[in-house]
Design a protein. Structure first.
Length: 552
C-alpha cells in the first residue's frame, strides 16, 4: 500500500518538480556577501497596503496563529518544539506593516538587527525561499512607508534577494513560486544596478507566466483555497502598487505587468466576494482559515485605492425561482442564494493534479448560512505540518459529505500529499427547480467500485440532500457539521428528526426520510490554533441511499 501511495502521488507531478526537488536537496547555493547600497528613487505614488493585526507584543514576545512565544535565545528562531508555520510567521516580519506599527518602529529596527546577526546566510527557517520572499517584501514595504531602513538591513536585503534568486521553489510551484517572483520584483525595483535589473526581469517574467496559469477564467486561484486566493490577490495588488511607486523604472515587462495585475485583480476580487458568506468571511473549503489572509473588506479598500476596476458580477441563473445559482465554472464551486439563505457547494476538483498540497478530501461537501449566521460548516483547518490531527482535518469525515467503508474520497496523507483523488462528473443544475446534482469517482478504487452521487434540492424555506451510492459497499455515512454557537437537539434516540436553534431564537429542523441518524461531538477550526466543540449529525446508510430534509 505504501508503494502504491507514493506511485499515485508522484505520477501527477510535473518533470520540473521532480528534477527541482532533487536539485533543491542536493544543491546549496553560495552567494556573494557584497552589499548593494544604491537604491532606486521612488517617483510614483505608494499606496498604504493591507494593514496586518499586531503580532509583536513586546521586543521579544510574538503572537501568531493564536499562540504566543518568547524569542528569548538565538535557537528560538528554529525552535523544533514550535510549529513550523509559527516559525515561518516569525521570520516574515508582518508586524512591520501592522496596525500602529509606527509606535513599534524602534522594536522593529532592533528585531531586524537581531535577525541579521542571529540568522547566518543559508541557515535555518529564515533562509527558506518562502520566508525570504515574505520578509523581503515586508522590509521594503516598511521602507516605502517612510521608515529609514538601517544600513545593515539594506545590505542584508540584497543578500537575501541574491540567495532567493538561486533558490526559487520550482519543486512546489503554485502560490510559493508566485511569492518568490513578487519578492524579486520588489528587490529589483528597490535597488539600482545590473544585478537588480536581473532580479526584476526574472521576477516579472515568472510572475506573468504564473498569473496566466494560476488564475482561472472565472477569477479563482487554481489551488481552490479561498484563503490562498485572498493571499494571492494581495500579492498581485502589492506588485501593482510597487510598480506604480517606481514609475521611473522602465523595465521591458512593465506595461504587461500593470495590465495583467489590474485585469486579474478585478476578476479575483469578484470571485472572492462570491465565495464569502453573508458575514463577510470566506468559505472554509480546502486549507482555509479565517484571520491568516486579508479579508474581503480590506482587499476591496486596497484595490479601490489602487484604482482597480472591478469585473462584472459572476453570472447567475434562476432569478425568477426560489433560489439563484452562481456557477464558478473553472474553479468548480456553486453559490446558491435564496431568501435569507446562502449555500456553497463543492463540486470542484481538489486542485491542480500536480499541486494538491492544500486539498482536502471534501468532494461534494457544502456550507450553509441563514442570514449572517453560519449553520452547516466545513471543519476548517487548525494545523500545518505533519501529524494525525492535520490528517484528520483533511479527511472526508471532517466535511459535509459521504465517507464509504471508512475511507477518504481522496487519499490525503502526510502534511500536504494526495495519492488517488476524486474527480467530479455529471454536474447538472436546474435553476427553475432549484436542483444541483453531481457525482464523483473517488471511491471507485474500493471493492465494489462505488460511486457517490448527491443531489441538493433547494426550496423557499428548505433543503433536501439526497445521497445515493452506485455499486457495492460495506458501510457508508454522511455527515453534517453544525456551527458551535447553535443548540442542536434531537427529537428521538434515533435522531431521525430534530431542531437547530440559532442565536436569537431562529430555528431550523431536520428530518431523515431515508437512513438512520446519530449526533456526535466534533470540533470546528475556523482559525489556525483554534478548536471549538460542535455537534455533527451522522446519517447512516441502510441501503444504497439516504435523504435528509432541512427546513427553516
Amino acid at each position: 500500500m505504501g508503494i502504491a501511495r507514493y506511485f499515485y502521488t508522484i505520477r501527477y507531478l510535473k518533470p520540473i518538480q521532480v528534477f527541482s526537488r532533487v536539485w533543491f536537496v542536493l544543491h546549496k547555493p553560495s552567494v556573494r556577501l557584497v552589499s548593494i547600497t544604491a537604491l532606486r528613487k521612488k517617483t510614483g505614488i505608494w499606496v498604504s497596503p493591507v494593514v496586518r493585526e499586531t503580532s509583536m507584543l513586546s521586543p521579544t514576545r510574538f503572537r501568531f496563529l493564536n499562540e504566543e512565544h518568547d524569542l528569548s535565545s538565538v535557537s528560538d528562531w528554529n525552535n523544533s518544539v514550535w510549529e513550523k508555520l509559527w516559525l515561518y510567521h516569525l521570520h516574515y516580519f508582518d508586524d512591520l506593516n501592522a496596525a500602529d506599527a509606527v509606535v513599534r518602529a524602534d522594536w522593529h529596527r532592533d528585531l531586524m538587527a537581531r535577525w541579521i546577526t542571529e540568522n547566518p546566510v543559508g541557515r535555518g527557517n529564515g533562509w527558506e525561499p518562502y520566508p525570504i520572499s515574505r520578509r523581503v517584501v515586508n522590509w521594503i514595504k516598511w521602507g516605502l512607508a517612510g521608515n529609514v531602513l538601517p544600513k545593515a538591513a539594506v545590505e542584508n536585503l540584497a543578500v537575501q534577494a541574491r540567495f532567493l534568486y538561486k533558490r526559487l521553489e520550482w519543486h512546489l510551484l503554485g502560490n510559493h513560486l508566485l511569492a518568490n517572483a513578487k519578492a524579486l520584483i520588489y528587490a529589483g525595483l528597490f535597488y539600482e544596478g545590473d544585478e537588480a535589473d536581473h532580479w526584476l526581469k526574472k521576477g516579472a517574467s515568472i510572475f506573468l507566466r504564473q498569473l496566466k496559469e494560476q488564475v482561472l477564467d472565472d477569477g479563482g486561484h487554481f489551488e481552490r483555497s479561498p484563503m490562498y486566493h485572498a493571499q494571492v490577490l494581495e500579492d498581485i495588488l502589492d506588485v501593482l502598487n510597487a510598480v506604480n511607486a517606481f514609475s521611473n523604472c522602465a523595465f521591458s515587462d512593465r506595461e504587461d505587468v500593470l495590465r495583467q495585475c489590474e485585469s486579474v485583480s478585478g476578476n479575483m476580487l469578484e470571485w472572492l466576494r462570491t465565495m464569502c458568506h453573508p458575514d463577510g468571511q470566506i468559505v472554509l473549503f480546502n486549507d482555509a482559515a479565517l484571520g491568516d489572509a486579508a479579508d474581503l473588506a480590506a482587499l476591496e479598500e486596497y484595490a479601490a485605492h489602487l484604482h482597480v476596476v472591478e469585473s462584472k458580477p459572476q453570472p447567475t441563473c434562476g432569478p425568477g425561482g426560489a433560489v439563484r445559482f452562481t456557477h464558478l465554472s473553472d474553479t468548480g464551486y456553486v453559490r446558491v442564494d435564496g431568501d435569507d439563505m446562502t449555500a456553497f457547494l463543492d463540486v470542484a476538483s481538489i486542485g491542480p493534479d500536480y499541486l494538491p498540497g492544500h486539498a482536502h478530501a471534501d468532494t461534494l461537501s457544502f456550507e450553509l448560512s441563514l442570514g449572517r449566521q453560519r449553520v452547516i460548516v466545513d471543519s476548517g483547518i487548525s494545523r500545518y505540518g505533519e501529524g494525525p490531527e492535520r490528517l484528520r482535518q483533511r479527511g472526508t469525515a471532517a466535511h459535509n459529505t459521504v465517507a464509504i467503508d471508512g475511507q477518504d474520497s481522496s487519499e490525503v496523507w502526510g502534511g500536504f500529499r494526495v495519492a488517488r483523488r476524486a474527480y467530479p462528473f455529471d454536474l447538472k443544475m436546474d435553476a427553475d427547480e432549484g436542483i444541483v446534482s453531481c457525482a464523483h469517482d473517488g471511491y471507485r478504487r474500493l471493492a465494489g467500485s462505488p460511486v457517490h452521487r448527491r443531489e441538493w434540492r433547494f426550496g423557499a424555506h428548505g433543503l433536501c440532500v439526497h445521497d445515493r451510492i452506485e455499486g457495492s459497499f460495506r458501510c457508508a455515512v454522511g455527515r453534517f457539521h453544525f456551527h458551535p454557537e447553535l443548540e442542536v437537539i434531537s427529537s428521538s434516540d434515533s435522531c431521525k428528526a430534530g431542531k437547530i436553534i440559532l442565536p436569537g431564537g431562529r430555528q431550523m429542523t431536520w428530518h431523515i426520510e431515508s437512513g438512520r441518524g446519530g449526533l456526535i461531538e466534533k470540533t470546528w477550526h475556523p482559525e489556525f490554533g483554534v478548536s471549538l466543540p460542535n455537534k455533527c449529525l451522522e446519517v447512516y446508510f441502510g441501503g444504497p441511499e439516504t435523504r435528509i430534509e432541512f427546513s427553516w
